[in-house]
Design a protein around this ligand. Structure first.
Ligand SMILES: NC(=O)c1ccc[n+]([C@@H]2O[C@H](COP(=O)([O-])OP(=O)(O)OC[C@H]3O[C@@H](n4cnc5c(N)ncnc54)[C@H](O)[C@@H]3O)[C@@H](O)[C@H]2O)c1
Length: 328
């Protein structure tokens, strides 16, 4: 079988490709523009195409004839998305639609899309279940929800069999730790490596549930292999919520540093956000095997061995009105 994986230089795409290469004998084609992932992350057995998903994808479909698509590519800087609205919609929505057009045109059999818990916003009380209303509070969540809706109608009208995964707070080896706008655990690791105090928005009482990427790999595979997953929306990740402050203190303990958290102004975000997991157990065989501390110990060993890379910073935002002081 030919499997196309977008975003295959990023955390989820790269680690899922590693798993596919090790556990299956399928042909893997990866597309990534390396805007947020790294070539070093890509398994040598993956046929890699460096390309932006906004560009013409037809030649790739003609040449490789993928049967299954995993669409991971996105710029997942949720908190920054109100200040890069246009980039967010082009990269996360229009690029996805370009891929969906080709999936329909070339009769792709299964399409797995990683949406986000951001689609729930803050309108309901966590744990969010798949049947809860969606009310995203930022452009990133809106883009994800729009792609979800587009897939629904692509299935109804054109028979494109999709599965929507709503992951939340995965971390692990191959995560981008050089981007100051996203991946809170990665940001803290980078700060510790550079002997800076880790930063927390607000008082750190916000609650999230983290999961090690290793626990996502079998469920991701099952998403495209089981008929019961067709047309389904499934939360994926963390069964134990923790305050951001406690997560930070756990990481500091793991690293053995004497650095201490510093608290920044609040930002526009859901206070508590974590999801239900029952459906992922039932349909995807999800198991939360790796506790936060154990997963962070593993990721920290990896992070310490990484090359020194400059931290990614936007030199110009689309909008700087109401931009938080720490990003100015
Ligand atoms: N990691 C999580 O906890 C989490 C949580 C919720 C949702 N998600 C979603 O899951 C997906 C994967 O997340 P991740 O953590 O691996 O992200 P990531 O940033 O590590 O990887 C995304 C990859 O997509 C590539 N990319 C971005 N825009 C592209 C474009 N226009 N064309 C080609 N390539 C492009 C980047 O270069 C990067 O390698 C994303 O869609 C994200 O929104 C992840």
């Amino acid at each position: 079988m030919k499997i196309l994986v977008t975003g295959n230089a990023g955390l989820m795409g790269a680690r899922f490709c590693d798993w596919l290469v090790e556990k299956t004998s399928h042909d893997i084609i990866g597309i990534d523009d390396l805007s947020g992932g790294y070539q070093d992350n890509i398994h040598p057995k993956v046929t890699f195409i460096k390309q932006n998903l906004l560009d013409d994808l037809t030649p790739i479909f003609e040449q490789h004839e993928p049967e299954v698509i995993y669409h991971f590519a996105a710029y997942a800087a949720e908190g920054l998305s109100p200040f890069i609205r246009r980039y967010n919609y082009e990269n996360n929505l229009i690029a996805s639609v370009n891929l969906i057009n080709n999936a329909i045109k070339f009769d792709v059999q299964r399409f797995v899309f990683t949406s986000s818990m951001a689609v729930y916003g803050d309108s309901c009380t966590p744990p969010f279940t798949e049947n809860d209303p969606t009310r995203p509070i930022d452009p990133y969540g809106i883009a994800k929800l729009a792609v979800e809706k587009d897939l629904e109608v692509a299935y109804e009208q054109h028979g494109l069999k999709y599965t929507i995964i709503r992951p939340h707070n995965f971390y692990g080896d191959k995560q981008n730790i050089w981007d100051r706008y996203r991946n809170v655990l990665g940001i803290w690791m980078n700060q510790v490596i550079n002997e800076e105090n880790p930063t927390i928005f607000g008082n750190g009482e916000q609650r999230r549930a983290f999961s090690c990427i290793d626990d996502a790999l079998v469920p991701l595979w099952n998403a495209s292999q089981r008929d019961a997953c067709i047309g389904q929306v499934i939360n994926l990740g963390g069964i134990k919520d923790v305050s951001i402050l406690d997560a930070c203190l756990t990481l500091l303990d793991v690293t053995g540093t004497k650095l201490q958290p510093v608290f920044l102004e609040n930002r526009h975000e859901a206070k508590n956000a974590f999801s239900s997991w029952e459906k992922s157990i039932e349909l995807l065989d999800f198991e939360h095997k790796i506790e936060l501390r154990e997963g962070l110990e593993k990721m920290w060993q990896w992070a310490k061995k990484q090359p020194k890379r400059p931290q990614f910073t936007w030199h110009e935002y689309e909008l700087d009105k109401n931009l938080y002081g720490f990003w100015q």
